[in-house]
Design a protein around this ligand. Structure first.
Ligand code: PGA
Length: 251
């Protein structure tokens, strides 16, 4: 049985006071959820230490949105996996489409980051997803499997026993357009079947989150799909009540 997981990606939002309040509001509402659903949020680097100190429990796990692949060194402006692990973070998002597209991260670099996160005993959340052009050209499966294969080749299939996958169609991120539950389920199924070719056990256990304009109005239907194990939520995770409503859909 895969436990549902909902992760909020706060992206580049919030003042110190706002993010503290947001986490506090989420913590107070999280009591309405059963332990069957795991929840987490990923603030910016600059807010992590403050939130680690301010939180009242670890019911809401904390993660980072990015990481550098090297453990230390002359990399001005970067943050390493050991530094994040030192704050007790649970997971790190790697391969988000904004990192791939805006910051030009390659599949190769993403696989190095994935490995770095695991080396520091945190859980990578590996994002894959196609653009609108790729979907319209019928290339969705080829694109997401290529993105996944680069990481399987570099890290090995066993690495997926301690990782989370997220299918995030680029055309659905921040656009208000959500993949239909059937469209999302189809890709989740393809991803799981692909992993199953190398390890049915790992494929059966790995959680595959859907991301792309998830909100409480569509989360029930999405999370009811057989291969959708939760969500990676951007915009809607900036409001405590809305985020907890989404978590309730998974409960
Ligand atoms: P969105 O973002 O929910 O605002 O579409 C999702 C994501 O980027 O993970």
């Amino acid at each position: 049985m895969r436990r549902k997981l909902i992760v909020g990606n706060w992206k580049m939002h919030g003042s110190q006071q706002q993010v503290r309040q947001l986490l506090q509001d989420m913590e107070s509402k999280a009591g309405e959820l059963s332990e069957d659903v795991e929840i987490g949020v990923c603030p910016t680097y600059v807010h992590i230490a403050d939130l680690v100190a301010a939180r009242s429990s670890d019911r809401i796990m904390l993660g980072a949105q990015n990481v550098h692949a090297e453990p230390e060194g002359a990399f001005t402006g970067e943050v390493s996996a050991p530094m994040l692990a030192d704050y007790g973070l649970h997971f790190v998002i790697v391969g988000h489409s904004e990192r791939r597209e805006i910051f030009g991260e390659s599949d190769q670099l993403i696989s190095e980051k994935f490995i770095a996160v695991q080396k520091s005993k945190m859980v990578p959340i590996l994002c894959v997803g196609e653009t609108l052009l790729q979907r319209e050209a019928g290339e969705t499966e080829e694109v997401v499997l290529r993105q996944l294969d680069v990481v399987i080749d570099a890290a090995g299939i066993e690495a997926f026993a301690d990782s989370v996958l997220a299918y995030e169609p680029v055309w659905a991120i921040g656009t208000g357009k959500t993949a239909s539950p059937e469209q999302a389920q189809q890709v989740h199924k393809v991803l799981r079947e692909h992993l199953a070719k190398q390890s049915p056990d790992i494929a059966g256990a790995v959680r595959i989150l859907y991301g792309g304009s998830v909100k409480s109005a569509n989360s029930d239907e999405l999370f009811a799909q057989a291969d959708i194990d939760g969500g990676l939520v951007g915009g809607a995770s900036l409001q405590a009540e809305e985020f907890i409503s989404i978590c309730k859909s998974a409960d």
